[in-house]
Design a protein around this ligand. Structure first.
Ligand code: PEP
Ligand code: MG
Length: 829
């Protein structure tokens, strides 16, 4: 039995011609997801072959057999044209156009009912003029509908998956999913345990489910092959890098600078670092005035098409400009806007409203407005922040529909901009020349606006509350992006001291850059090597140019991710060799495959695990899969024959046996290939490894602490969990205790300890780790100069005293509070 929801019935329609009526009824089917938009051509073609007039003012247009493939689900739609539309050469007039998309013979029942209707002239008259869609529903389906629409059902084949994406199902993976389903031609639905579901090809429906990382989902499809392709792709992250650090702002920090006397302090959420002094300026974008002015539906639909195309073209330019100024990842924000722009569900909904007799700008505003409201309601702040993106897209399209120019975003001189919220597009057009920093009343630190601000290097504070919008233009102010505060009407002395602090920070940054090639060392000359974490040979030169003294972690799994087959031994050798050569003798630490946990490689066909972070991950997987492990070890041994700078390191070691077994396998390979001995290390990233560091230290050549995993396993907090993000801090004394044990054990055996987890690149982390006795810090390329400068500012004995104190604290916050900035006399001297 086919159902006929109200959305598939349009009462009181007008149609200029038979072709127009067919186009309208096809649009209803397509807007409801029953057919692909091109199905309309099949309906016109069918009408050319044979007139579909049934009798008594009823016609049943439907597609040709060749276009059956464009049907997603059998369905019918009814267009009621009370004034009638001329149908065939025979002079018939049609008042009920019943569009049919029949994938199988389920529609025969409807045809039977229609023939019964045909026998009842009075009923036909009633249906042709009624204002109650339930009359039509009852006549065609035999049932008067209950009030609520029935929930969409799962499709015949289904499976459970857990969403792995660190940032949840945001626009990019949702678009990847929609494209995958479209390319396979089947239908796929996603359903949450709570019952809400979405068609996988409808971007906005999928976003509105609010799927955060770790959400269990039922995926259902109309055929088993599509189901397995889709579930594999979801598990692999739909193109998202599942191990990439999330661009979250730093954990809340103590203010580095505090004023003495200010008029008022506005507290918000720190979104981008920096300290500036200036005057405020309000920036309130004028709301776009949209009136509901119905026009000709066909012309309006064409205008919408033009506006969407113009908006797409503008975004192309923004992607390029923003990409060139701030990096491709920032440019990609606007690629996501293009995806929101192209969402079929939204566009069809807007067109549906035009066909309902509304003006096109009003129709687009209301169709997008409903979706923005849905996104704003989501619990997850990252997904809710996408409402701002859709709002930005909405304004862009409306401007084209209303014929308005892009508004100027020139605040008129370097000012601290105060705004209700800023769109990502506005933020991207702001720049250091026009602006000192900004404060928004709304927004969150994971909004794209905040991410762009960090790329611009401007201090920013978000979610400061509506009070900030009352601040008069020209109010003297100091904006502290580190503390998340705006100080209003500061005293002259505070302005003076903030400017001094600003000057110090600026000079420090410059000095750090200028001294980036100096060897990493504390002020008294104790060597602390500062190396880079890079994954590909192509990143080696930029790392050296930034001051890297070697590579402390090459994550080899990146050679396996982002492709669909295993790189063979030769290919791996080429990559390792290129990296070893580029480093010109500086150390290169190659880490063996660390797959599992959040790093999935779909084509390896690994079994699902309930607790993947606690399962066959890293070295444990390599033991199970010699087909992966041996070629990798052989490739490393071949490179080591020519490059003595090569070191080898094993991830996820949790027992002494793990290391012995890995070493034995490598030694066999090495001897067989006639390679020299290679320094062998283990990562300390499981608490058990730190606790048996004494036994391990007797046998390894070095340790490298993976603070990302060590923190997650010690605190039992998923390293990518958005709500736990500000607590998963490696400066927790429990984590520091484990590192302390590791260093003591290594020192007893004359071995060295490095750190390659995120804590090494954070200034407080670098200082604490050096104080604990770590002698190599491997950090991301942009952090190298800052880490070296921080080390140069302190003597080893200062750092040791700090570390001793840190070990006795009771929280990460207390540890961080121990590190105060150096007195200005240092930079001024
Ligand atoms: C770590 O765990 O800190 C580490 C460096 O390894 P990865 O981040 O690749 O798990
Ligand atoms: Mg790790």
């Amino acid at each position: 039995m086919i159902d006929l929801p109200q959305q598939l019935i349009r009462l009181g329609a007008q149609a200029g011609s038979k072709a127009d009526a067919i186009t309208q009824v096809a649009a209803l089917l397509s807007a409801a997801g029953k057919v692909a938009p091109d199905y309309v051509q099949g309906m016109h073609a069918r009408e050319e072959q044979a007139n579909t007039y049934l009798g008594l003012g009823i016609a049943i247009p439907h597609g040709t057999p060749e276009t059956r493939g464009l049907i997603h689900e059998t369905g019918l739609a009814v267009l009621q044209v009370p004034q009638g539309v001329a149908w065939g050469e025979g002079g018939e007039t049609v008042r009920l156009v019943v569009g049919i998309a029949a994938a199988s013979d389920e529609h025969l029942d409807i045809l039977r009912r229609l023939t019964r209707v045909l026998a009842d002239e009075k009923l036909v008259e009633k249906l042709s003029t009624t204002a109650d869609p339930a009359d039509i529903q009852e006549a065609l389906t035999g049932e008067r509908p209950a009030d609520a629409a029935p929930a969409a059902r799962d499709l015949p084949y289904s499976a459970q998956v857990t969403l792995p994406n660190p940032l949840g199902m945001h626009a990019r993976p949702a678009t990847g999913l929609a494209n995958l389903v479209r390319s396979r031609g089947g239908r796929v639905r996603l359903r949450r345990d709570s019952g809400e579901s979405a068609d996988a090809t409808r971007l906005m429906e999928v976003l509105a489910l609010g799927l955060t990382r770790g959400t269990p989902l039922t995926v259902s499809a109309d055929n088993p092959d599509t189901l397995s392709a889709v579930t594999d792709a979801i598990r692999a992250g739909l193109g998202d890098d599942l191990s990439a650090p999330v661009d979250h702002p730093a954990p809340r920090r103590e203010p580095e600078w505090v004023p003495q006397t200010v008029g008022a302090t506005v507290e918000g959420v720190a979104a981008a670092d920096g300290l500036v002094v200036g005057v405020t300026r309000q920036h309130a974008p004028r709301p776009l005035e949209v009136r509901d002015e119905p026009g000709d539906p066909a012309q309006d639909a064409a205008r919408l098409d033009d506006a969407l195309a113009a908006a797409h073209a503008e975004l192309d330019i923004l992607i390029e400009e923003v990409g060139a100024r701030f990096g491709a990842d920032k440019g990609a924000i606007f690629r996501a806007h293009q995806e929101l722009l192209a969402d079929d569900g939204t566009v069809q909904d807007a067109v549906g409203r035009v066909l309902d007799g509304h003006g096109v700008a009003w129709a687009y505003q209301s169709a997008t407005g409903e979706r923005i409201a849905q996104l704003q309601k989501l619990d997850d702040p990252t997904l809710a922040a996408r409402a701002a993106d859709l709002g930005d897209v909405q304004r862009r399209v409306l401007r084209h529909l209303l014929g308005l120019q892009e508004p100027e975003v020139h605040p008129g001189g370097p000012v601290i901009l105060l705004a209700p919220d800023l769109t990502p597009s506005d933020t991207a057009r702001l720049g250091p020349g026009t602006l000192l920093g900004f404060v928004t009343a709304q927004g969150g630190p994971t909004s794209h606006t905040a991410i762009i601000a960090r790329g611009l290097g401007l201090p920013a504070v978000v979610a400061a509350g509506s009070g900030v919008l009352e601040v008069p233009d020209g109010t003297p102010a100091i904006l502290d992006g580190v503390a998340g505060r705006l100080y209003l009407n500061p005293s002259e002395a505070d302005v003076q001291s903030a400017r001094e602090r600003q000057g110090v920070l600026e000079r420090e940054r410059e000095a750090a850059r200028a001294a980036r090639f100096e060897p990493g060392a504390t002020r008294d000359g104790t060597r602390i090597e500062v190396a880079a974490n890079i994954n590909r040979a192509a990143d080696a030169l930029p790392a050296l140019e930034a001051g890297a003294e070697g590579v402390g972690l090459m994550r080899t799994e990146f050679l396996f991710l982002e492709r669909d087959s295993v790189p063979d031994e030769d290919e791996q050798e080429r990559e390792y060799r290129a990296m070893a050569r580029a480093l010109e003798g500086r150390p290169l630490i190659i880490r063996t495959l660390d797959i599992g946990g959040d790093k999935e490689v779909p084509y390896l066909g690994l079994a699902r695990e309930d607790n993947s972070f606690l399962g066959l991950r890293g070295i444990r997987l390599c033991f199970e899969r010699p087909d992966l492990f041996l070629p990798q070890l052989r490739a490393v041994a071949r490179v080591a024959r020519d490059h003595p700078n090569v070191h080898l390191m094993f991830p996820m070691v949790s027992t002494l046996e793990d290391f012995r077994r890995a070493r034995a396998i490598f030694e066999d390979v090495r001897r067989e290939l006639g390679a020299p001995e290679v320094p062998l290390g283990v990562m300390i990233e499981v608490p058990s490894a730190a606790l048996i560091a004494g036994a391990l230290a007797a046998e390894v050549d070095f340790f490298s602490v993976g603070t990302n995993d060590l923190t997650q396993y010690t605190l039992a907090m998923d390293r990518l969990h958005p709500q736990l993000a500000h607590q998963t801090d490696a400066m927790h004394p429990a984590v520091l205790q484990l590192i302390h044990l590791t260093v003591q054990a290594a020192e007893r055996h004359g071995k060295w300890v490095g750190v390659c987890g995120g804590a090494a690149g954070d200034e407080v982390g670098a200082l604490m780790l050096a104080g604990l006795g770590v002698r190599e810090l491997s950090v991301s390329t942009p952090q190298i100069a800052g880490v070296k400068a921080a080390l140069r500012g302190r003597t080893l004995s200062d750092l040791q005293a700090l570390a001793r104190q840190a070990l006795t604290q009771s929280s990460a916050g207390a540890v961080r509070a121990l590190v105060r900035p150096q007195e200005p006399q240092e930079a001024g001297a």
